[in-house]
Write a protein that binds this ligand. Sequence first.
Ligand code: SAM
Length: 271
Amino acid sequence: MAEDYGWVPDGVDITVPDASRVYDYALGGVHNFTVDREFWHRAEAAFPGAALIARANRAFLGRAVRWLAGAGVRQFLDIGSGIPTLGNVHEVAQEASPDARVMYVDIDPIAVQQSRSLLDGNPYAHVIEGDLRDPEGILYHPDVLRLIDFSEPVAVLTVAVLHFVPDSADPAGILKRLGDSLVSGSYLVLSHAGPEPTPEGREAQERVRKLYERTPTPVIIRGPEQIAALIGDDFELVPPGVASATDWHPDPDEADDPPQPTALVAVARKR
Ligand SMILES: C[S@@+](CC[C@H](N)C(=O)[O-])C[C@H]1O[C@@H](n2cnc3c(N)ncnc32)[C@H](O)[C@@H]1O
């Protein structure tokens, strides 16, 4: 089927929904297929307001990067970066500091291909295909070592990706191994699917979770304490700690956005 789409890299299966393309569609992007769009329509029917969660997550990402740039961070390693859309990390970071370095990493070849074409000619932003479950494969990748100076602070972003990593893949160990490569004053940024606060909400969430079970990336819901435990003691949570995306350093322009208790986020500083 791939020959119908000249821009689709070889080996990409467009007959199963994919996390990056479903999210791209949820945010209004065009790099997705019928199967992704149908999946998203089913998810939205099961869990009305799901698009608001995606938007709240994306808005958090922008605010977190602006906050980090304000804190003096000039290097970003964005793992599970996704298909480029509005407010990409290098755009936000390089607006604050034109020589900010951004390394994008994603497991999806389409996300990598689209990022590569967007970044063409940008000396300070690159992309590689990589797997969060193999942190050394990312940390020791020659392109990463060329761009990122690990003797200086780095912000590692794992935004809306850790909920695709099951306990059996040891997400806490993955973050520990990433954290061990960072100097003091570096940061970890994450967002993660959290539990709905009401029984009706949890029922709706369970329907979506069951939908994702039929994809290559089932979703694991984790609560604030579990997320804090993933971050571990090597990092200190930046206030307000593990919080809803809409409560993390809210922008006055976004003050009317509805609260999103299931989009949990955190920024933490390496001690
Ligand atoms: C929901 S999107 C989030 C994109 C972006 N971080 C954001 O929050 O706007 C999740 C991304 O994680 C990627 N992903 C899923 N599992 C991954 C893994 N094990 N390693 C790297 N990327 C992964 C998907 O391909 C997708 O692009």
